[in-house]
Design a protein around this ligand. Structure first.
Ligand code: IPE
Ligand code: IPE
Ligand code: MG
Length: 250
């Protein structure tokens, strides 16, 4: 059975932009610094982008901060990324709350150190009632792990008789992903020159547009985001259908 076609959003609709924030290690190495010193610079870029995004027509911003595969990095670097997440929440949560930002952390909670899990919980609870801007941080996130978790949830519900197998649709599956309830990303940006997903939003990016700015994440500015969005607006999204002008020409 074919899936129902995705309804294209209106041209001026608020955007969901998802970013693979890549290149922190190279940024540091180019300066002769240890890799891990690139990550605090990456946090500064996060602040700039979160601040600028609402004025650029973005309503949902999803940032890939730590993947399920990133646990394989040296322990000191992993510890630095954990420390920075805690530091970011501790220093910025009140401002985000005041500005109406709803924070959500995507990915597996199991496996996070208890102090990190606690702070993630706090950020979500504190901002739960906000609805001006939606900031998702993918942390201990992997697209495959997320799909496996959704499949497990559905199987458990089916075995318990809570859902009929025939009721397992695209929408039912999507609702059980850690991104459940979010619109699909319109635009996926990856910095640093790499052109791959690295296990980010595998399901959700089915019809996203991709832009790969040649800049390391710590050097990313609101102007780079604006350029990526301009590029996005020049694209024609077809969702497997036929463009309007082609249809009109018969
Ligand atoms: C992205 O930058 C940040 C994380 C994955 C935590 P990298 O640390 O991957 O930087 P490069 O790709 O090695 O330069
Ligand atoms: C993807 O970048 C993960 C994040 C940016 C958090 P990586 O640097 O881990 O990806 P690969 O190893 O280049 O594919
Ligand atoms: Mg990288």
């Amino acid at each position: 059975m074919a899936s129902a076609p995705t309804e294209p959003p209106a041209k001026d609709a608020p955007l969901h932009v998802a970013i693979v924030m890549d290149g922190n290690g190279r940024w540091a190495k180019r300066r002769g610094l240890p890799r891990k010193l690139g990550h605090p610079k990456g946090v500064e870029a996060i602040r700039r982008v979160v601040e600028a995004a609402p004025d650029l027509g973005v309503r949902w911003l999803t940032l890939y901060a730590f993947s399920t595969e990133n646990w394989g990095r040296p322990a000191g670097e992993v510890a630095e990324v954990m420390r920075l997440l805690k530091h970011y929440v501790n220093s910025d949560l009140e401002k985000l709350t005041r500005e109406g930002v709803k924070v959500r952390i995507l990915g597996r909670r199991e496996g996070l150190p208890p102090d990190v899990a606690e702070i993630v919980e706090r950020a979500e609870t504190r901002t739960a009632h906000n609805d001006k801007f939606f900031l998702q941080v993918a942390f201990n996130y992997g697209g495959r792990a997320d799909i496996v978790d959704a499949a497990r949830a559905l199987v458990a519900e089916a075995l318990a008789g809570k859902i009929d197998v025939n009721a397992i649709t695209d929408a039912a599956f999507e609702a059980r992903l850690s991104t459940g309830g979010l619109p699909s990303p319109d635009l996926v940006v990856r910095t640093s020159g790499e052109q791959r997903l690295s296990n980010f939003l595998l399901w959700e990016s089915a019809y996203s547009e991709f832009v790969f700015p040649d800049v390391l994440w710590p050097d990313f500015t609101p102007d780079h985001l604006q350029s990526a969005i301009d590029e996005f607006h020049r694209r024609e999204r077809r969702y497997g259908a036929v463009a309007d002008d082609v249809l009109a020409a018969g």
